[in-house]
Design a protein around this ligand. Structure first.
Ligand code: 48F
Length: 254
């Protein structure tokens, strides 16, 4: 076989342009590729929902890679152990009800599950705004390449339409804040101090549709609600992603 560089370029350009065009209109967009966004996207894909995950950084995984203070291990509690099993993430019981897993394996297995479920990934892509029309719903996203933002280049964005948007942007709850900033009826209270028990036990109540068409999951859900943070325990992130997928699927069925 003789390799042709132009064929390599054409393969990349044609395939990725097709993926982008295919997702200019979709059922669900998950913004943020941390644990909650990955779990949500994987479970939406498994339900047959046309879904893209948009991540501003080069790598998927958000705050999961680094474990706790750069020790690449995460802890998951009993309530979420079934999700470690579901995503085939290996773990050890440390003490009763506390399971410890490798953070790199957790990111890899969640990402693989989302890929297997047909989720399309758009990394290096920043959601910089949302589209809201006369019906008052979020109906789409305004996106640009992350390096455009980093370099401060004056380049206009493109848009992607979606029926449901999931804010999985973590502690900053970026999408909810965009809606709030532009006068949408949504208040982002901002996350509170560290209290793992409280933060983990309440996150599912905070995982919901907070504005027409906008669902929040993971730390974004706690940040909108003014809830505590929890540090490197990740059961709540996985359970919240699962709940968000259920809520989005239910909304799409209506
Ligand atoms: O922060 P992140 O991992 O969110 P999460 O799923 O998980 C939180 C935990 O990692 C941890 C914790 C709980 O155990 O406290 O911190 O709630 O991932 C959020 C992702 O969203 C991306 C960001 O780069 C990160 O990978 N992101 C943020 N803003 C945007 C974005 C944006 N405007 N467009 C695209 N991606």
């Amino acid at each position: 076989m003789t390799l042709n560089e132009v064929t390599i370029s054409r393969a990349i350009l044609e395939e990725q342009h097709r993926a982008l065009i295919d997702h200019l209109e979709m059922d669900a967009a998950v913004i943020g590729g941390g644990p909650s966004g990955l779990a949500c996207a994987a479970l939406l894909g498994e339900r047959g929902v046309s879904c893209a995950l948009i991540e501003k950084k080069l790598s998927i995984g958000g705050g999961m890679w680094g474990g706790g203070m750069m020790f690449p291990r995460i802890v998951v509690q009993e309530e979420a152990r079934r999700l470690l099993d579901r995503f085939d993430i290996a773990y050890k019981e440390f003490e009763e009800g506390y399971y410890v897993a490798k953070s790199v394996e957790a990111v890899a297995k969640l990402t693989a599950a989302a890929c297997d479920a047909g989720v399309e990934f758009f990394n290096l892509t920043t959601v910089e705004d949302v589209m809201i029309r006369g019906d008052g719903r979020i109906g789409g996203l305004v996106v640009n390449w992350t390096p455009v933002d980093m370099a401060g280049l004056h380049v206009d964005p493109l848009t992607m339409a979606c029926t449901c948007t999931v804010d999985a942007t973590g502690h900053d709850a970026m999408i909810a804040r965009m809606v709030e900033k532009k006068g949408g009826a949504l208040k982002v209270k901002g996350e509170s101090f560290m209290w793992a028990e409280r933060a983990e036990s309440r996150i599912l109540d905070h995982t919901k549709e907070v504005f027409p068409g906008l669902f929040v999951t993971g730390m974004a859900a706690n940040a909108v609600a003014g809830e505590c943070r929890m540090g490197p325990i990740f059961g709540g992130m996985l359970l919240s992603g699962e709940r968000a997928a259920e809520l989005v699927a239910e909304r799409l069925r209506r």
